[in-house]
Design a protein around this ligand. Structure first.
Ligand code: ADP
Ligand code: ADP
Length: 233
């Protein structure tokens, strides 16, 4: 089943003349682990930022993006916030609390979820990530890799169906980056989360992803299997 359909989407930033996305068409199926690659400036972040619904009011977009058969623009804000999770380069911009436990609980607390449910969901996700041991640590004292895992775990506590990640490992050392990508793979395979990952660490990610998209100047240049890219490397 399709989770995302991008139908003839073009997008131009305000006060610009050249479109950054050019007539894009793309279907993403539930449960896929997709890596999105392409040269800097080709429009990868712009594509993912559309899912935050913050671009259209400012730029010019034609075409439609569907999330589960609903036009993203019409999608209920609460559904959009719950179903779609984002991870960016710098976890310091996303971590908002002082203690690990509180960071994991914060999103559910702000929705007014009852305390026993919060404890259960935080414990389940902390267990999946193996981070219970940090519960009482200060978020500021974690390493970069630990912060990004915490950031991801805090988003997963909200039970999103679709995860969009924009170069989440670019500030991590190679070992932490590999652990992060392997954790994404487990989220995909064990929990069925659909993932779109912008990532330049090709060696690590091409062995784990199901499908590769290569963008060039606002269009999809290649859409296929990682092994086809690995052969060409
Ligand atoms: P990528 O993620 O592939 O590096 P981006 O989507 O970040 O590419 O950027 C694509 C192009 O859009 C770049 O040329 C960038 O400078 C331009 N761009 C990004 N954000 C804006 C903006 N807010 N206003 C105008 N141009 C932008
Ligand atoms: P990153 O590489 O970390 O994604 P960018 O430098 O591409 O960061 O973009 C950071 C911010 O600057 C984004 O919000 C983007 O929209 C904005 N931006 C990028 N390029 C331009 C541009 N040419 N004009 C205006 N804003 C831009």
């Amino acid at each position: 089943m399709a989770i995302v359909k991008i139908n003839n989407v073009s997008f131009t930033y305000p006060n610009e003349t050249n479109p950054i996305l050019k007539n894009m068409n793309l279907t993403i199926h539930q449960g896929e682990f997709i890596v999105l690659i392409g040269q800097s400036g080709c429009g990868k972040s712009t594509l993912l930022r559309h899912f935050k619904r913050e671009l259209r009011p400012h730029g010019t977009m034609t075409g439609t993006i569907f999330y589960k058969d609903c036009d993203l623009e019409q999608l209920d804000a609460e559904v959009a916030a719950a179903d779609i999770g984002y991870v960016f380069q710098n976890p310091d911009n996303q971590i908002v609390t002082d203690k690990v436990w509180h960071e994991l609980a914060f999103g559910l607390e702000s929705l007014g979820i009852d305390a026993p449910t919060i404890r259960r969901r935080v414990a389940e996700m902390a267990n999946f990530f193996g981070i219970q041991k940090w519960f009482h640590h200060k978020t500021t004292e974690l390493s970069g890799g630990q912060k990004q895992l915490l950031n991801l775990a805090s988003i997963m506590v909200m039970q999103p169906k679709l995860l969009l990640l924009d170069e989440p490992t670019s500030q991590l050392d190679p070992i932490a980056a590999l652990e992060f990508i392997q954790t994404l793979h487990r989220l995909n395979k064990e929990l069925g989360i659909t993932i779109i990952l912008i990532e330049h660490r090709l060696e690590e990610v091409l062995t784990l992803a199901d499908r590769v998209l290569i963008m060039d100047e606002g269009s999809i240049l290649f859409d296929g299997l990682p092994k086809e890219i690995l052969k060409a490397l």
